[in-house]
Design a binder for this molecule. Structure first.
Ligand code: 13P
Length: 253
């Protein structure tokens, strides 16, 4: 059975003091209010990972995520952070292929495949992001385009490795814009992607893969989105910066 996951992506936000307040509030609320079968992940700037991990570790249904990792294990890559480093501090998940990394840091599908490999080799669970731009949606062929992102960066994986991956569909036009995909648009894409996964790995693996929706997901629209049969949770940006709203999203199943 696939997992329900609500994952926050703080992006490049919060000072240390603010990060501590947000983390401790979310941890308390999740312990008291969120169903134990919902996994709540905090995707925090890497400078805070160790600290946040200490808060989150005692809570069975919480985890911590890095927002990126380098594709090499070590070496002369000034400013970068490797998968073995993340593993060594007890990080659980890593976001790979976020559209902001693809756009601003020119990450290619080929590089992302390498990042997925090194994450898995170091015991990290990748949450692999995909999604189309507004121009691609308007031009048509967007379902096939997003499916090709999965093909190019994930379909070399063995079934055993692929089972450790979760997918996050984040239409670029919905990220940070207040324009959410409708539940029909989200369901259409998620069902298409699940079919695509089934064509490669079989229906049972596809049924077990969590596919999250991201893009202006908030406490008001989460319930309708999460009620879609192929939407298994969310990757939450702006709304993950507020403890009450983020927890309410995690309670929306
Ligand atoms: P928003 O929720 O702020 O639209 O961001 C979504 C996102 O990019 C999560 O990774």
């Amino acid at each position: 059975m696939r997992k329900k996951i609500v994952a926050g992506n703080w992006k490049m936000n919060k000072t240390m003091e603010e990060a501590l307040i947000l983390t401790s509030e979310v941890v308390h609320m999740v312990k008291d209010e969120v169903a134990s079968d919902v996994i709540v992940v905090l995707g925090v700037p890497s400078i805070y990972l160790t600290t946040v991990q200490k808060y989150v570790e005692p809570v069975a249904n919480m985890g911590v995520a890095a927002q990126n990792c380098h594709q090499k294990a070590s070496g002369a890559y000034t400013g970068e952070i490797s998968a073995p480093m993340l593993q060594s501090i007890g990080v659980d998940y890593v976001y790979i292929g976020h559209s902001e990394r693809r756009q601003y840091f020119s990450e290619t599908n080929e590089e992302l495949a390498e990042k997925v490999n090194i994450a898995l080799a170091n015991g990290l669970a990748p949450i692999f992001c995909c999604g189309e731009s507004l121009e691609q949606r308007q031009a048509g062929g967007f379902l096939e385009f997003v499916a090709s992102q999965l093909t190019d960066s994930l379909f070399h994986l063995s079934e055993e490795d692929f089972r450790k991956v979760a997918i996050a569909y984040e239409p670029i036009w919905a990220i940070g814009t207040g324009l959410t995909a409708s539940s029909e648009q989200a369901q259409e894409m998620h069902a298409y992607l699940r079919g695509h996964l089934a064509s490669k790995y079989g229906q049972s693996v596809a049924n077990d893969t969590s596919i999250l929706y991201g893009g202006s997901c908030n406490e008001k629209n989460a319930q309708e989105l999460f009620a879609c049969p192929d939407v298994d949770g969310g990757l939450i940006g702006g709304a993950s910066l507020k403890s009450r709203e983020f927890t309410n999203i995690a309670k929306s199943f």
